[in-house]
Design a protein around this ligand. Structure first.
Ligand code: UT7
Length: 323
């Protein structure tokens, strides 16, 4: 028998306000047609005033706990992937811990921008395999609307707010690649590309700053790197693209999602796509897509999922898991 980090519960939360592409036309030179054809985005959710990342994260956590039929007191650790923490510190994770009424265990944030959830799943898996925790609440939560330069049409139309959560639980499995749980992962970063996607604020400037992106360059790296990292993770698990029931990609751009699926030789019928409804929610996009994919009846118990994501850093990676 082999110890695996198995998904016990899934949940998500989206702020109530939905902003269709047409709204942007009121303040920048853009069109619904450009946004749809260049990115696949039709609408996104924006958090209300005071609806911070920890609020979104807490709601997603509650949904996942409810799905698992678990109490917060049964959670050993909370990992939150985010680049939009309410404050420089304390971590969003400890704020969630407090909101859930948990007074034991440990909680911390992890920041790998849009690849954050792939990094968080890998870290939570390592905590479980090392015996540090039996149950880990892994949250991806973001309020990227707070980082937008509303005069920059090349970025402001692309991002949205939201949160998703998975509860991973230590379970003994037979020890084959048919096991449930996390089967393999692949993480990468290359800081020489740090200027392609960054926020021009932080403690060095005393401001929150705005997101800056060389979209075309990031696009090129995404097309090149995402299929490769997914392939590497599958290979580590002794699996191939043919075994994949669902690609759950980071939802940045439909053209990147389609390009990666094509390179992996997986038809779009086996790809979870939510970018049209959520835009790019950075570290929240993968757990959001897993939760929505399951709610739609697409993802079912026993399905093999491969996630892949790339973002600022550049940082990218992939996780293979059986739901
Ligand atoms: O999650 C983190 C990772 N991020 C990503 O994966 C994003 C990767 N990049 C992309 O998704 C795409 O590069 C974008 C959607 C950001 C842009 O698409 P593109 O096809 O690469 O367009 P572009 O940047 O080459 O811009 C084409 C034209 C430009 O006009 P000119 O210079 O050709 O006259 C832009 O000024 O489109 C113009 N443009 C716009 N036009 C209308 C840029 N933004 C807009 C806009 N509305 N919102």
């Amino acid at each position: 028998m082999t110890l695996r980090a198995v998904v016990r519960g899934v949940g998500h939360y989206l702020p109530a306000r939905v902003v269709p592409n047409a709204e942007f036309v009121n303040w920048i030179d853009t069109s619904d047609e450009w946004i749809r054809t260049r990115s696949g985005i039709e609408r996104r959710h924006f958090a209300a005033e005071g609806e911070t990342t920890s609020v979104l994260a807490t709601e997603a956590a509650r949904a996942a706990l409810n799905d698992a039929g678990m109490e917060a007191s049964e959670i050993d650790a909370i990992v939150v992937a985010t680049s939009t923490a309410d404050f420089t510190f304390p971590s969003v994770a400890t704020m969630v811990q407090s909101n859930l009424g948990m007074t034991r265990g440990f909680a911390f944030d992890l920041q790998a921008v849009c690849a954050g959830y792939v990094y968080a799943l890998t870290t939570a898996n390592a905590l479980i395999l090392a015996g540090q925790a039996k149950t880990v609440l892994v949250i991806g939560a973001e309020t990227f609307s707070k980082l937008m330069d509303w005069t920059d049409r090349s970025t402001s139309v692309l991002f949205g707010d939201g949160a998703g959560a998975l509860i991973l639980e230590a379970q003994e499995q037979p020890g084959t690649n048919q096991d449930r749980g996390i089967l393999a992962s692949d993480l990468n970063s290359d800081g020489q590309f740090k200027d392609l996607l960054y926020v021009d604020g932080g403690v060095s400037t005393g401001t929150t700053g705005h997101l800056r992106m060389q979209g075309k360059e990031v696009f090129r790296h995404a097309i090149e790197k995402l299929a490769e990292t997914a392939h590497t993770a599958l290979e580590k698990a002794g699996l191939t693209s043919d075994d994949v029931d669902w690609i759950v990609p980071h939802q940045a751009n439909i053209r990147i999602i389609e390009g990666t699926a094509k390179r992996m030789q997986v038809p779009m019928e086996r790809v979870i796509v939510t970018v049209q409804d959520h835009g790019n929610t950075s570290a929240a996009s993968i757990p959001l897509a897993i939760s929505v994919g399951r709610a739609r009846g697409q993802i079912k118990p026993g399905d093999l999922i491969v996630t892949e994501a790339i973002g600022g850093g550049l940082a990218w990676g992939s996780v293979v898991l059986r739901i």
